[in-house]
Design a protein around this ligand. Structure first.
Ligand SMILES: Nc1ncnc2c1ncn2[C@@H]1O[C@H](COP(=O)(O)OP(=O)(O)OP(=O)(O)O)[C@@H](O)[C@H]1O
Ligand SMILES: [Mg+2]
Length: 289
């Protein structure tokens, strides 16, 4: 018996795709403009299953727009965004492209989870309620099942003791971990993170990065826009430097961070190191930089 042939068609597409070992996300020549300004100017990006890709780049270079296109939160003008082999945002009929229906878009992006800089939790719901919400409304799980899964997800992010707390009573780091649990509850195949730690007090960054590192170790496929170069260096399989709407450099962290020949990348990294440098020669040196 062919198990794949017996699945409903969308599941069968995804499963067949997985078997072929094709990229989970496959972006070709992606272009997006806001009015006169072309913000994405031909982005090519492939993310394999279980791969962690970190995206770095200057403010305004198009990082958030790129992630938003991958989650269908933004439409794109040209190129292909394929998720597990399926074209996102458009359908092809007789060789022509037409905008896909919202139902079709939702179907193709159902396995994409996203975590934002601002956690966007419902203030009137507890941590548990926030994680359960989409399970009840979107997946239409029975209440007890949604509750069980939400508790499991809170445990994954180290917050099983905070299920009854409202967001206002949680630290920023805890709120962001609830947001991660909420995305994970939908059992995504890929998680997109847009600067998940940049709204946090520096002391709270570590706890969120820790959760993300564990996810990476567990084999989650991830695309992470971040300014945390240490995280990118440790966790990424691939680092991409995006500049003016194009991927200007990509490679293994060592290649990108240590052998940066590209002038814009060098300048970007130099700015970063200057901002984060504290002492000229070491902590015993009296002259801070
Ligand atoms: N909805 C929008 N309407 C018009 N212009 C937009 C919109 N969203 C983004 N832009 C513009 O597109 C460009 C890229 O924005 P984007 O948010 O993707 O950059 P970014 O790399 O994420 O920057 P940052 O590091 O500051 O978050 C910017 O010039 C921005 O002003
Ligand atoms: Mg951004």
């Amino acid at each position: 018996m062919n198990a794949i042939a017996d699945m409903p068609s969308s599941a069968s597409n995804a499963a067949a795709h997985a078997q072929r070992g094709a990229p989970l996300i496959d972006v070709r020549d992606l272009r997006k403009r806001f009015g006169e300004v072309e913000v994405l100017r031909g982005v090519d990006l492939q993310i394999a299953r279980s791969e962690v890709v970190c995206i770095i780049g200057p403010s305004g270079s198009g990082k958030s727009t790129l992630l938003r296109c991958l989650a269908a939160l933004e439409t794109y003008d040209q190129g292909d965004v394929r998720i597990e082999g399926e074209l996102l945002g458009y359908s092809e009929r007789n060789g022509k492209r037409v905008r896909a229906s919202q139902g079709e878009i939702n179907r193709v992006r159902r396995n994409v989870g996203m975590v934002f800089q601002q956690f966007n939790l419902w203030p009137h719901m507890t941590a548990l309620g926030n994680v359960m919400e989409a399970l009840l409304r979107v997946q239409r799980l029975p209440h007890a099942e949604a509750r069980r899964r939400a508790n499991e997800m809170l445990e994954t992010v180290g917050l099983s003791h905070k299920g009854d707390a409202y967001p206002a009573k949680l630290s920023g780091g805890q709120q962001q971990r609830v947001a991660i649990a909420r995305a994970l509850a939908m059992e995504p195949h890929i998680m997109l993170f847009d600067e998940p730690t940049s709204a946090l007090d520096p002391e709270l960054v570590g706890e969120v990065l820790q959760v993300m590192k564990q996810l990476a170790r567990d084999g989650m496929t991830m695309a992470v826009v971040t300014h945390e170069m240490g995280f990118a260096a440790q966790v990424a399989d691939k680092v991409m430097f995006i500049d003016e709407g194009r991927i200007a450099v990509q490679g293994k962290p060592r290649e990108v961070f240590h052998d940066a020949g590209q002038p814009r990348l060098r300048q970007f990294l130099q700015n970063y190191f200057d901002r984060n440098a504290f002492w000229a020669r070491g902590p015993d040196d009296e002259a801070p930089l």
